[in-house]
Structures are given as structure tokens and as C-alpha cells.
Design a binder for this molecule. Structure first.
Ligand SMILES: N[C@@H](CCC(=O)N[C@@H](CS)C(=O)NCC(=O)O)C(=O)O
Length: 226
């Protein structure tokens, strides 16, 4: 009997995109529930952390994209593996994954909140299907929350030119890592590619100037399928 798999998501969230990509990679059928606009408050009740993604598998809820990805490999061992079997490769893949989730993510937030057009695009996606007035409520709330998070994380207190220079260095690392095989670890696609691509794809989707910076790197362009 096949399981009922439901991804509770913010469609604009790179972590939710990461889980969607992982599910597709493993060939697992799933449905989605979106928490757009003011519905976001309901998402906080799904787990103690109050964050999305949450994956519901036959009523069992798992929160956090990394925990979800690990669970998928354990629960579906006959499907393509997200984590390499070779231990050294697995360690590298997990480091890329954590790096994408815990560091690259903040660049995605930074470029979203400091570019008026990118913020408008992100707000438009996050209120899709909701009454028009929610857009006007969502924008200042989202902006204030993200600015405050960036301030405490640290990027929000750096000069814009320094943040951009660091981002270029990160892209150069990704470009270099992709050159030998077209994948970040070993010869095959794995969770490292999914986690990093989820963050970069969100930047491409909403930020035109930073999208152009990403598009200037040929190995990344091929790998993201741009
Ligand atoms: N480490 C978590 C991060 C998830 C996360 O930060 N989700 C954000 C959306 S991008 C969220 O739910 N924010 C709402 C909140 O913090 O209340 C994961 O990998 O799933």
C-alpha cells in the first residue's frame, strides 16, 4: 500500500523547495498544502519549531528539510539515494547541505530583502491565492522580520559591497566543485546538489541582478538547467 505524503510548505521557501526536489528525485508522489499570506500563522502549529517544511507521511509529521531528507533515504531504500553510500562522500555531501542551509540561505534572504523588485516578487508569490489586502500586510511584516534576522545573523550589518564580494567567492567555490563531474560530490547527483540548488534557484527566481551573477558561471548554469 502506498503512503499518503503531504508537504506543508511556503512555496517561496528554499527549504520547502529542497524537500520538493528530494521527493521528485526519489520518485515519491506527494501533494502540497500552501500557507500563503495570513495562513502562515497556522503553519506554526504543525511543529514545536513552528517552521516549514513539515512532511506528513500517513499522519507522522517530520520538521526540518535535513531530517526529512535523511528519513526519505531510510524509509525508501529501494529508490535513488539522496546521501552517498561511500562514507567520505557522504560526509562531504552533508557538509555541503549544512553549508547551503545555514550559510547560503542568508545570502538568499539578504538579496531578497535589499532589492525592492526581489521583495515585491517574493511577496507576490507568498500571497498567491489570498485576498488582495494581505499583500499590503505581508510586505512590511516580511521585510521587518527578515531585516531583523539578517541583523542578528550578521550579514545585515556588513557593507553591501562586502556581502556581494563574499557571495561571488561562494559561487566561485560551487563553480570549481562542479567542474570535474558536473555534480558537487562524486559522479552523481545527491543531497549536496539539491540543497545548494534550492538556495541558488530562489535567488535566480526573485533577484534579477544576483540572478545575472549566477548566470555568468557556465558550470552552475548547466547544473541548474538555466
Ligand atoms: N532548518 C530548517 C529551516 C526552515 C526555515 O527556516 N523555514 C522558514 C521558511 S524559509 C520558516 O518556516 N520560517 C517561519 C518562522 O521562522 O516562523 C529546515 O531545513 O527545514
Amino acid at each position: 500500500m502506498s503512503s499518503a505524503v503531504v508537504l506543508h510548505q511556503f512555496e517561496i521557501s528554499p527549504f520547502c523547495q529542497k524537500v520538493a526536489m528530494a521527493l521528485k528525485f526519489k520518485g515519491i508522489e506527494y501533494s502540497t498544502v500552501d500557507y500563503n499570506g495570513l495562513q502562515a500563522a497556522k503553519a506554526q502549529k504543525l511543529s514545536k519549531a513552528g517552521k516549514l517544511p513539515v512532511l506528513d507521511i500517513d499522519g507522522m509529521c517530520i520538521q526540518d528539510s535535513t531530517r526529512i531528507a535523511r528519513y526519505l533515504d531510510d524509509a525508501y531504500p529501494d529508490r535513488p539515494a539522496l546521501y552517498p553510500k561511500d562514507l567520505s562522500q557522504r560526509v562531504l555531501a552533508e557538509l555541503w547541505e549544512d553549508w547551503a542551509d545555514e550559510l547560503l540561505y542568508w545570502y538568499e534572504v539578504y538579496f531578497r530583502v535589499n532589492d525592492a523588485a526581489a521583495l515585491d516578487e517574493a511577496v507576490a508569490i507568498s500571497v498567491q491565492g489570498r485576498p488582495a489586502h494581505e499583500r499590503y500586510i505581508a510586505k512590511p511584516l516580511l521585510k521587518a522580520a527578515l531585516k531583523s534576522q539578517l541583523y542578528f545573523q550578521g550579514l545585515g550589518r556588513m557593507a553591501a559591497a562586502d556581502v556581494e564580494a563574499e557571495f561571488h567567492r561562494h559561487l566561485d567555490r560551487i563553480e570549481h566543485a562542479l567542474e570535474p563531474s558536473g555534480w558537487l560530490v562524486g559522479e552523481h547527483k545527491c543531497i549536496a546538489d539539491i540543497a545548494v540548488a534550492a538556495q541558488l534557484s530562489e535567488i535566480v527566481r526573485t533577484s534579477r541582478p544576483m540572478g545575472a551573477v549566477i548566470r555568468a558561471r557556465p558550470a552552475i548554469v548547466r547544473w541548474l538547467g538555466l
